[in-house]
Design a binder for this molecule. Sequence first.
Ligand code: GLN
Length: 450
Amino acid sequence: MEDRIAAYITRTREKALEQARAVDRQIRNGEKISPLAGIPVAVKDNICTDGILTTAASRMLAGFVPPYSATVVKRLEAAGATLPGKTNLDEFAMGSSTENSAFFTTRNPWDTGRVPGGSSGGSAAAVACGEAVCALGSDTGGSIRLPASFCGVIGFKPTYGAVSRYGLIAFASSLDQIGPFSRDVTDCALLLNAICGHDPLDSTSARFDVPDFTRFLVNDIRGMKIGVPEEYMAEGINSGVREVVVKAIALLESLGASVEYTNLPHTEYALSTYYLIAPAEASSNLARYDGVRYGFRAAKTSDVMDMFMKTRSQGFGAEVKRRIMLGTYALSAGYYDAYYLKALKVRTLIKEDFDRAFEKYDLLVSPVSPTTAFRCGEKTGDPLEMYLSDICTISLNLAGIPGMSIPCGFVEGMPVGLQLMGKHFDEGTLLRAAYTFEQNSDYHRAFPVL
Ligand code: GLN
């Protein structure tokens, strides 16, 4: 299987077995075990694992073995989960297809000629084909939801601040969030239980009362008020995808929700806003890869300047360099006000669109992506085309709200994801709607034939 899908950069079979044996011992001793005990949870390779290679799919970190684990990894270990391996991604999580990985492209289990989506493509593919039961990914502009939608699994991006990012290799710190992949909503809730909550090691992690998320696994959405933003159903959305999503919305309505079309008028600026803010933050975060402290260093250099230049030229791939250049430009003295500052202001307008919508609605729904999974190589020559895959997902990161992709049908044999969007820290409403949808449909039971 793995030879056809290539979901993992590093497999950690021995570690997983060792962890599983520890759980076996606990069971034999009659100890109480957590619901995640012994469950294989794959981890995206931009999340640090103590003593285990963590590359962010970059030549820059091709040999990097972290001396500590991310908080989410520690929490999973404490819950008894096992680690089958570290999954492939677009280099430093920049991309929508995993084709920007410095090592190889992961394949979509539903059609190995197609991409799994990105940037957490390895995590989504591993869960879709059964190489892991669950997985963790990171989502800066859609990197959990897009691959979940392309691979027909569940992907959840929690509210900004709900999950610690300590040990996540930073891409754009005001947008990055870690979240789970799973095959059903129950597993998603169990993973959220394990990873959500304040962490003193992450100054952006929120102090909030973490509920028991399984409490929201209720098959009932009667009276739930759902809004459908027209901008997310407009031209540009593939007609097959739109049809499947319209049908899914009709199912929610038939289950007792009230559904209304609404507007998020600043949506058209989301892509440009994101592609100023995310690269600006990336250019700053990636300044640390200079060949001095850790990671790759170019051989044969004449002086310090030459070493910096060669190290960064050889260590980063084309997309990462493009982002660093875009971001450095947007932050430079002459352009800061015109680009970066302007983008921050538009970001506020986008957030206010959501605030207004959530005065009326409990939940917003839309497609996750304008298309189903595209063919490998189809968009690599045109970065703008690639960026457009995230048109329905990035606004949520700009606003900091939670979002979820759930399988809701197929177009020509390829899975389609329905996006659920909620108020800050209201992941419960998303879980309830997703659970109700799942209990009244079969899409989550479909399995790719390889
Ligand atoms: N595809 C988007 C990008 O390339 C989002 C990536 C992400 O969420 N990490 O930036």
